[in-house]
Ligand binder design. Sequence first.
Ligand code: NAD
Ligand code: UDP
Length: 332
Amino acid sequence: MSIAERRRVLVTGGAGFLGSHLCDRLLKEGNEVLCIDNFVTGSKANIEHLLFDPNFELLRHDVTFPLYVEVDAIFNLACPASPIHYQHDPVQTTKTSVLGAINLLGLAKRLKCPIFQASTSEVYGDPDVHPQHEEYWGNVNPVGPRACYDEGKRCAETLFFDYHRQHGLEIKVARIFNTYGPRMLPNDGRVVSNFVVQALKGEPITIYGDGEQTRSFCYVDDLIEGFIRLMNSDASFTGPVNLGNSTEFSIAELAALVLELTGSRSRIVRLPLPQDDPRRRKPDGTRAAERLGWSAKTPLTDGLRATISYFDSRMSATSVRTIKAATVGVRE
Ligand code: NAD
Ligand code: UDP
């Protein structure tokens, strides 16, 4: 059954960056959406345009507690995604991934409905295989500062596959690579939002380390298309499947591009590289292309233009809080 035929879809973390775009897309396709969020990093501003839509319902709820609702499909996105946010309360981060997965898988089991997990390229850790393909088991430090997120997501994947094998649940596991776009928080701490906000404010661009570490940046609209294709794929296709853009950039290249596109005169400052920061990251997109007919299409320049324009209008409309805490203070 395709998502387009379904009536009621649960989106956990629906007030977050990706979750709010997913809610938009599901509503546009004629579904009813039940959005649940505890607002730890999500924002009501991300979904305020949906609040009067009769097909949209919002529930404040923490996924570490059981949830009793009736839906036809579940997208589990609840979890802070930015390193500064997930490291702020690491125990709660692990609980969110692990207890959240247990609660939502239990719900899916009772309802006999398909369930999607927003997993992450972080399951590969600091990879020694490049690009990362889904058969690679990863290189994760289980006791480092990123472990609450990486190991939490890895355990969630384990739970998804065990519920699939043990209870026959229809699961869909996406490993999401760095995604950016409108509705990221200005103080999110992730590199794209940091650089864009810093450039627009004329503040120093904070490159951690030598800037030679790489990431591959996917524009949000491309990613949401991948989510929908995965949920609509054949029931036998569980994933895991990498969803990300396969064009790799160094962080120094990203900084230069943001400066060029904003016309900013911000200077670049170097700050220490955080512990366990992966040196290289780029998805092998073969499985996504073969099984979903999907690949990321938006060039970084186009996606950055849309993101810059979002932050520009947001900053002119409201006075944006300083992002210093996200870049320097929190890491001190
Ligand atoms: P985000 O922080 O904007 O969104 C996460 C949402 O989950 C927020 O609205 C937050 O309030 C909510 N949340 C957190 N803990 C919760 C809890 N215990 N109960 C209920 N709600 C809770 O981050 P995002 O970028 O939109 O990421 C969404 C999902 O995608 C996350 O699971 C993340 O791990 C995954 N992901 C994102 C990226 C990316 O580049 N954006 C990459 C890999 C994986
Ligand atoms: N980064 C940076 N300056 C910033 C924020 C991040 O140089 O202001 C670097 C960070 O060290 C990492 C890369 O950019 O190497 C991507 O960081 P992000 O937090 O966006 O995502 P992740 O590390 O989870 O891929």
